[in-house]
Write a protein that binds this ligand. Structure first.
Ligand SMILES: [Zn+2]
Ligand SMILES: [Zn+2]
Ligand SMILES: [Zn+2]
Length: 289
């Protein structure tokens, strides 16, 4: 499985839009891995996780071909993870499947979108549903998924788990497996809720790569009142998963979803996290496992 982090910032991004804190100023000076766009991740070239406000930038920066995406998993309907109005451009005359628009039959294959009932009920999604899906213009199918009920999408088996985040949206984290390897995509979330820990201890899925929320970064700062994690909570989560037998010395651990409130540059983070054997995600980082 190949994973590409397209955006690794928290809701406000780094540099945050209106911010003049020292970290945001430094990020503008240094550029490179210190620039963090809003959360989005690509698995191989056909499964996308989240569809936030920086999707246009991700297409430009990485030369992404979004027409290849067959599956879209939504973690939750916070705007930094889901901006459903952008999906309205997946039809003519906004997009054509081939270079020759006259010859094109315009028919995009169906995009399967998976999300919780809470995220589906969010006003923006309902608006899209009314305007676009009701008249059959948008080739998209929404699937409501429930935590702990695995489903098949293309070559992937996906298991949604309950996140400790945005209870109004029924936020989800996902285990994604292609039969060869498995990824746990663990954000946005605080320390995993009891029912998720129970499921993992019972089912013991083997995880090759674990990507965890580290909004609070290396310090105890800004952990979102328990609805996000920091390095300390990442370590606690690893201890729990190791004890269940889900993870072992072959598992790769990576922190993601960083906020300027963590007050650390990318290089500083790498130095801190390396001591605890965590990778630090950055926009454009890839991993194969
Ligand atoms: Zn977020
Ligand atoms: Zn700032
Ligand atoms: Zn969120």
């Amino acid at each position: 499985m190949k994973l590409t982090y397209l955006g690794t910032g928290a809701a406000e991004g780094i540099p945050a839009l209106f911010c003049n804190c020292f970290l945001c100023k430094k990020a503008k000076e240094l550029g490179g891995k210190n620039i963090r766009s809003r959360s989005q991740t690509l698995v191989n070239d056909d499964l996308l996780i989240d569809f936030g406000p920086d999707v246009f930038w991700h297409v430009c920066r990485y030369g992404l071909d979004l027409a290849k995406i067959r599956t879209l998993l939504i973690t939750h309907a916070h705007e930094d993870h889901y901006t459903p109005s952008e999906l309205c451009y997946r039809k003519k005359p906004f997009s054509y499947l081939s270079g020759d628009k006259e010859a094109d039959n315009y028919d995009f294959p169906t995009l399967d979108i998976y999300l919780s009932q809470g995220s589906f009920d969010y006003e923006g999604v309902r608006f899209l549903h009314r305007q676009e899906l009701a008249d059959g213009k948008a080739p998209m199918t929404y699937h409501i998924v429930r935590a702990f009920e695995p489903f098949q999408t293309g070559r992937y088996t996906v298991t949604p788990l309950t996140a400790n985040h945005a209870p109004g949206f029924e936020a989800l984290i996902y285990i994604i497996s292609d039969g060869l390897s498995s990824l746990l995509y663990g954000h946005d979330t605080g320390l995993f809720p009891e029912e998720t820990l129970d499921y993992l201890s019972r089912e013991k899925p083997h995880l090759d790569f674990v990507s965890l929320d580290c909004t609070g970064m290396a310090s105890g700062h800004n952990t979102g009142g328990g609805r996000h994690m920091n390095l300390e909570r990442n370590i606690k989560t690893r201890e729990a998963l190791d004890s269940f037998g889900c993870t072992d010395e072959t598992t790769v651990w990576c922190c993601n979803h960083f906020s300027h409130n963590g007050k650390s540059t990318h290089e500083e983070l790498v130095e801190i996290m390396a001591k605890e054997n965590f990778l630090v995600a950055y926009d454009g980082m890839t991993a194969e496992f």
